[in-house]
Design a protein around this ligand. Structure first.
Ligand code: F6P
Length: 333
């Protein structure tokens, strides 16, 4: 279980802002609630920025109080709204954002998001000196330096729930189902869903399977008396992979059904684990940045909160463990 660290604060700042950025993830609201309430408890003014970096550039910055985050811990999505802001890749735009924050009297910025959002925060601090800190929020769990990201556990639970339902109909009709889960460049959702949902095969970007090897697995199952199969497919860089695999299997005389879970995995009530993770990381981010440490992410390693410099995270690939891939394979046979 996640250990709650000592969150004592030596306060260097009195005014902070928080935004959510990139793809939303269940638990972002719980993190926001923790940031606002922990910040207020330290005697800080806390501002919420609407619509990520885009809203920041538009000056959509509003004071928040304890009541602004009431009744949101159980809600998916993000009440602050979010965006993928391409202009923030430009240096001049980041300078403009920092100037705007300074003009509003805000002294530090907390960014709840993924790798791309952290790149923006890191560069803004490096170029302008404006302090930033990251809280890992993405269903993909693909951020280096943290074992878990906010939203991942909920997304996996959603996908497993879907697989349980699909299995009922797959076994009633003796069918093969290809279930596509999210995870652009990483197979974390796919592998955990595959293990937890008892999939017959898991296809991840880290280890692509050929149509011939998928056919072999299906045939081995048939020889063992299996009449239906669930194949979990990570969407990969070009979503729709499950359909492409289905087309390949059709050429081998199989007739699989395809189910793309898509954005259903991004919504819904966060699980208990995600709420706890979000609450602890949100409060830790406030304690850390108020004490003067910035340009880093608060993550979790071996159930302990850790600080990892942005420069170590950005562009570093978090690898899917070989052991997980092997376990998924062995348990499926
Ligand atoms: O990064 C999270 C994620 O949900 C990925 O798994 C997925 O590929 C992508 O976002 C989809 O993004 P969008 O909602 O912008 O299409």
């Amino acid at each position: 279980m996640l250990t709650v660290p000592n969150l004592s604060v030596e306060k260097k700042y009195n005014s902070i802002a928080v935004l959510t950025s990139g793809g939303d993830a269940p638990g972002m609201n719980a993190a926001l609630r923790a940031v606002v309430r922990y910040g207020i408890a330290q005697g800080c003014e806390v501002y919420g920025v609407l619509k990520g970096y885009s809203g920041l550039l538009e000056g959509q910055i509003h004071p928040m109080n304890a009541s602004s985050v009431a009744n949101i811990i159980q809600r998916g999505g993000t009440i602050l709204k979010t965006d993928r802001c391409l202009p923030f890749y430009k240096k001049a735009v980041r300078q403009e954002a920092a100037n705007l924050l300074v003009r509003k009297g805000i002294e530090a910025l907390i960014v709840i998001g993924g790798d791309g959002s952290f790149t923006g925060a890191h560069l803004m601090e490096k170029e302008t000196g404006f302090p930033t800190i990251g809280v890992p929020g993405t269903i993909d769990n693909d951020i280096f330096g943290t074992d878990d990201t906010i939203g991942f556990d909920t997304a996996v639970n959603t996908a497993i729930d879907a697989i349980d339902r699909i299995r009922d109909t797959a076994s009633s009709h003796d069918r093969i189902f290809l279930v596509e889960v999210m995870g652009r460049s990483s197979g974390f959702i796919a592998i955990n869903t595959g293990i937890g949902g008892g999939a017959e095969t898991v296809i991840v970007p880290e280890q692509m399977e050929t149509i011939a090897s998928i056919c072999k697995t299906i045939e081995r199952g048939i020889r063992r008396g299996k009449s239906s199969s669930i194949i979990v497919v990570a969407e990969g860089p070009k979503p729709g992979l499950a359909q492409r695999v289905a087309d390949g299997l059709a050429k081998k005389n199989y007739n699989p059904k395809v189910c793309i879970l898509g954005h259903t995995q991004r919504g819904g009530q966060p699980t208990a684990s995600d709420r706890l993770l979000a609450s602890v990381l949100g409060a830790s981010a406030v304690a850390t940045i108020l004490s003067g440490t910035s340009n880093c992410m608060v993550g979790v390693q071996k159930n302990k909160v850790t600080l990892v410099p942005f420069k170590e995270i950005i562009g570093t690939k978090k690898h899917l463990s070989k052991e997980s891939m092997e376990l998924a394979r062995v348990l499926a046979t």
